[in-house]
Ligand binder design. Structure first.
Ligand code: PLP
Length: 375
């Protein structure tokens, strides 16, 4: 039997779920440029620019700032495997899916995760965090998610870091959905280790994870007693390739074209400016809110800690979640996200991330939902 395989032509979707988000054509264009060697002098120069642009995006002077050659979850894993050793204790704040993933990482490092639990849809309670810090004076770090994509909640990263620092803990922040979408200040907030993803508010293709470590975190890595259990994610080895100046040695083959894409996406963010990008996300969120409330839909997260880039919207009684999402996809080529965990079937997650956070998408989504909900 002779099989026939056709060229894959993807449907043209409008991506308004929890990520990936719509990719700017400028970025897709950058992706298709000719591949060069991963040690080509021209590529080394591009790597240096990517690091500078990431320092801008994170608002940091951290030297150890670079993209991990794998998705956001690998950035998460890089942070934990490099900072933790067996027997360490970490306070992990959880109010959604991704805090749970942090817990799994801590456990797999042979460390103990002390959990600070809050309801899904609510932010981390600072009093609970302080109680945990008081009860665990031996904790090495506090880890939490800045923008909880599973619920649309913004945790008060600045206050949480300040509190952790008061108790001499390292601060570990998941900024996968926050980078480029909301206020984030790595140096100003004293974040020691942070990771993000390319496919959320950076509107780049999935598959890279920008990370950054403070000088204090670098000291912790340098003074480890045990080897990092992951060869691929061991920062000391990775830095032989990504490190500053001097000689660059082969560690792994960088995803060269994806780095072109990240460079272009960071250039776009730099051109617009961080403040302007955050303001645009805030404005588009308000436009979506006006449109959806106008057709009787309700936002489920309290206004003070609502994320503009990920909107948790209640599904009206009697409306079938999956049926509506299938209709949106089939008839409008529009993707929105389902609720997760206890929110499954009860809420939709509508993303307005990066390039996709624009007036056209807002109106398109409101009109499409209006039309399918009328039936
Ligand atoms: C998407 C996401 C991740 C995981 O990123 P992947 O690129 O899917 O591995 C981690 N944390 C948060 C908050 C996310 O939204």
């Amino acid at each position: 039997m002779k099989a026939q395989f056709n060229t894959f032509i993807p449907p043209i979707r409008t991506l308004m779920g929890p990520g990936p988000s719509d990719v700017d054509p400028r970025i897709l264009n950058a992706l298709s440029r000719p591949t060069v060697g991963h040690l080509d002098p021209a590529f080394i120069q591009l790597m240096d620019e990517v690091k500078l642009l990431l320092q801008y995006a994170f608002q940091t002077e951290n030297q150890l700032t670079m993209p991990v050659s794998a998705p956001g979850s690998a950035g998460m894993e890089s942070v934990f495997v490099n900072l933790l050793e067996p027997g360490d204790k970490v306070i992990v704040c959880q109010n959604g899916v991704f805090g749970g993933r942090m817990q799994q990482n801590v456990i797999r490092c042979g460390a103990t995760a002390v959990m600070v639990q809050d309801a899904w849809g609510k932010p981390t309670d600072l009093h609970k965090l302080e109680d945990a810090l008081k009860a665990n004076p031996d904790a090495k770090a506090v880890a939490f998610v800045h923008a909880e994509t599973s619920t649309g909640v913004r945790n008060d990263a600045k206050s949480m870091c300040a509190l952790a620092k008061q108790y001499d803990c390292l601060t570990i922040v998941d900024a996968v959905t926050s980078l480029g979408g909301i206020d984030l200040d790595v140096d100003g907030w004293q974040v020691d280790a942070i990771y993000s993803g390319t496919q959320k508010c950076l509107s780049c293709v999935p598959g890279l994870s920008p990370i950054s470590f403070s000088p204090q975190a670098v000291d912790v890595i340098k003074n480890r007693k045990t080897k990092v259990q992951s060869w691929f994610l061991d920062m000391e080895l990775v830095m032989a390739y990504w490190g500053q100046g001097g000689k660059r040695a082969y560690h792994h083959t960088a995803p060269v074209n994806s780095i072109y894409a990240l460079h272009e996406s960071l250039r776009i963010l730099h051109e617009e400016g961080l403040q302007a990008a955050w303001q645009r996300h805030a404005d588009m969120h308000l436009a979506l809110k006006a449109g959806l409330e106008n057709i009787g839909l309700e936002f489920m997260v309290e206004e003070t800690y609502r994320l503009p880039q990920l909107n948790l919207v209640g599904i009206p009684d009697g409306v079938e979640d999956a049926k509506i999402r299938v209709q949106l996809l089939n008839e409008f080529d529009l993707e929105i996200g389902a609720g997760l965990g206890e929110l499954a079937g009860k809420a939709w997650r509508i993303g307005l991330m990066g390039y996709g956070s624009n007036r056209k998408n807002v109106d398109y989504c409101v009109n499409a939902l209006t039309s399918v909900l009328k039936r």
